[in-house]
Design a protein around this ligand. Structure first.
Ligand code: CA
Length: 231
């Protein structure tokens, strides 16, 4: 269930929206001032409906403050005379706006569009390799949905390979990439050790790896599908 935070000081609009959105299976949290909104914004909010004219401040500033903490998909609720300034809001990163008075059905379709778009952009940042996912949004690696803890360097090596599945990287290429960003001294031998450590963390059977494959005489590649393992 998705959670929407409505920030709107007009009680009729706010309670009307809450009633409608709850019937559409959203969880709704209400705020009527900037201050209240800042208290109620949290990681569990999936979307923000934000009135621009609030009694204790400018909706744009509130939007900026919230986005500094966390990027949340946002639709502005605007009055007609605020429409000219909406470009500013969209430039600041709001996803959409709707002018009052509006039809709730139209708002609903915009909400669903924004959520779908956001979901897609999040998924674009996730690499799937067998039972492993690498979430680039949070540099988070999960195996069978459980966190795998890699060191920064291990993550970097996995990423070099994982961003280009099935492409063979020579040991020299990997070393050169690491060299750019890491001060740790990594040579040919230590690279072998690092690959071994990563395999111990991500492979079901590190002795018969299925994700990071050794390409004999060349280097390594990551396989994004099940295939015969030569290692
Ligand atoms: Ca208002």
């Amino acid at each position: 269930m998705k959670t929407i935070l409505i920030v709107e000081d007009d009680e009729t609009i706010r309670t009307g929206l809450k009633y409608f959105l709850e019937k559409e299976n959203f969880q709704v949290i209400e705020a009527s001032t900037c201050k209240e909104a800042l208290l109620k914004v949290s990681n569990s909010i999936n979307l923000l409906l934000l009135d621009l004219g609030l009694p204790d401040g400018d909706g744009f500033l509130l939007f900026q403050k919230i986005m500094e903490k966390k990027k949340i998909p946002t639709i502005f609720l605007t009055a007609v005379d605020e429409e000219v300034s909406i470009v500013r809001g969209l430039d600041m990163g709001a996803d959409d706006y709707i002018t009052k008075p509006f039809k709730v059905r139209e708002l609903l379709s915009r909400i669903n569009n924004v959520l779908r778009r956001y979901q897609r952009s999040q998924e674009d940042n996730i690499i799937h390799l067998h039972n492993l996912t690498i979430d680039l949004n949070g540099a988070r690696v999960r195996k069978n949905n459980e966190d795998v803890f890699l060191t920064a360097l291990e993550y970097k090596i996995l990423l070099i390979l994982g961003l280009n599945p099935n492409k063979v990287f020579t040991r020299e290429q990997i070393l050169a990439d690491i060299w750019d960003t890491n001060e740790a001294f990594v040579n040919d031998n230590t690279l072998t050790v690092y690959i071994k450590r990563i395999r111990e963390k991500i492979e079901d059977d590190p002795n018969h790896p299925k994700i990071i494959l050794t390409v004999r005489g060349l280097g390594y590649k990551v396989s994004d599908q099940s295939e015969k393992v030569t290692d």
